[in-house]
Write a new protein. Structure first.
Length: 187
């Protein structure tokens, strides 16, 4: 399956703009994402990701492939539900996968014209908006749809970096003193 997704920084009034589109609130979720790196190749370098996501309705193991274009975060995504995220983490560790990061966020989800709009509050990073289309056969058409929704919401430049990449970038700046010594929570 190709996950077609675009992300931008949320601005003041974004929630109201989502409502003005006629988007329907779905639910609020709390996510704990545990990322792993591969013993076979550096997933950061290969633009891939492997994570366990734990939320109220259970846990999932997800692989994300390299991004497919220069404007969005569209990529292959494979997800499987898991019953025991702790045991799954142990299995990955025994196979040589190394825990690389932990990320927490609160996600408010909306449904809009067959897409999901997510307003995310990411611990240590701030507020973001993601628009996602899934499962279609024409990912390039869906890419145009998600970009159109972002434009309708009046949000600026897209962000292609994952939350994990943004967190690592912020940590690097904190360690070098470039952002006023602000500390970032997490591993």
């Amino acid at each position: 399956m190709i996950e077609v997704e675009v992300k931008a920084r949320a601005e003041e009034g974004t929630r109201e703009r989502i409502a003005s589109l006629g988007a329907t609130p779905i639910q609020v979720e709390n996510h704990l994402d545990l990322y792993f790196n591969s013993p076979l190749r550096d997933l950061k370098t290969s633009d891939e990701a492997l994570r366990i996501r734990i939320k109220e309705d259970g846990a999932r193991l997800t692989y994300k492939g390299p991004r497919l274009d220069q404007q969005t975060k569209s990529r292959q995504e494979l997800t499987v539900k898991i019953d025991d995220p702790v045991r799954m983490g142990e299995i990955l560790s025994l196979l040589g996968f190394v825990p690389s990061a932990e990320l927490r966020k609160k996600r408010t989800k909306y449904s809009y014209q067959g897409m999901v709009i997510a307003l995310d509050e990411v611990e240590g990073l701030g507020s973001f908006l993601e628009v996602e289309a899934r499962g279609g056969e024409d990912w390039e058409r869906e890419r145009e749809q998600v970009l159109s929704v972002l434009e309708q919401l009046g949000l600026g430049e897209t962000i292609r970096c994952s939350y994990l990449e943004l967190l690592e970038e912020k940590r690097g700046k904190s360690r070098s003193g470039k952002d006023g010594g602000e500390t970032v929570s997490g591993p």
